[in-house]
Design a protein around this ligand. Sequence first.
Ligand SMILES: [Zn+2]
Length: 109
Amino acid sequence: MRLTCLACATGYEIPEGGDPRLLACPACAAPQAANFVYERAVRFTSAEHPRYADACRAAREGRFDDALAALAEALRAGMDLDLAVGDPALARLRADPRWPDFVRKAAAS
Ligand SMILES: [Zn+2]
């Protein structure tokens, strides 16, 4: 599966079946165990809404325009707004000044 380094944002493939505790980013050598757990959780919760996974990834990477667009699509596809409001994966996005307005509009539609 593919990981994106939390420290330097380099994307890289990891082999299936390896020990995630031993993972390190190939570009900056930052430990990636927490990143692995995070990515797997995102994949699990967003299996029915691939655009939600896109939103989480974009939010984490600071691409808030992309994150809001992807999240809007996921919500239109039936994604639960409450999950997005409470999801730690979207914490950076919730700090964006557009977030309160976004939630208000999503809740009203
Ligand atoms: Zn890195």
